[in-house]
Design a protein around this ligand. Structure first.
Ligand code: FES
Length: 107
């Protein structure tokens, strides 16, 4: 595990998806309504297009606007179509208000 600082917790908001570029990796932190923030790679599993530049989040589902694939914001699993998922990175919130991510590991 090699956690590094991603941002301060106050930059994240429930019901929002926040994009980051860290060490050359596109990352999307999704905090669904009523859930917890989780970090996913910012690449669509369909044709590896950027979700940082081509997605919409409505608080529950993330839609890739390139071809319309839809993902569950709670866990990154594909809803339309099923059988796919966003790759996830370990994410943790620290007691001093930081958000940390491990880009070398996959959940
Ligand atoms: S690249 Fe995302 S749906 Fe095709």
């Amino acid at each position: 595990m090699a956690f590094q600082t991603l941002c301060k917790q106050r930059y994240l908001g429930e019901g929002e998806a926040v994009p980051f570029l860290l060490d050359g990796h596109e990352v999307l932190v999704i905090w669904p309504d009523g859930g917890q923030p989780r970090a996913f790679t910012g690449l669509c599993p369909h044709e590896r297009q950027s979700l940082v530049n081509n997605s919409q989040f409505n608080g529950r589902t993330l839609t890739c606007t390139v071809h319309g694939w839809v993902f569950d914001g709670r866990n990154g699993e594909g809803l339309r179509p099923e059988g796919c998922a966003l790759d996830e990175y370990p994410l943790r919130l620290t007691d001093d208000g930081q958000v940390e991510i491990d880009l070398q590991a996959q959940v």
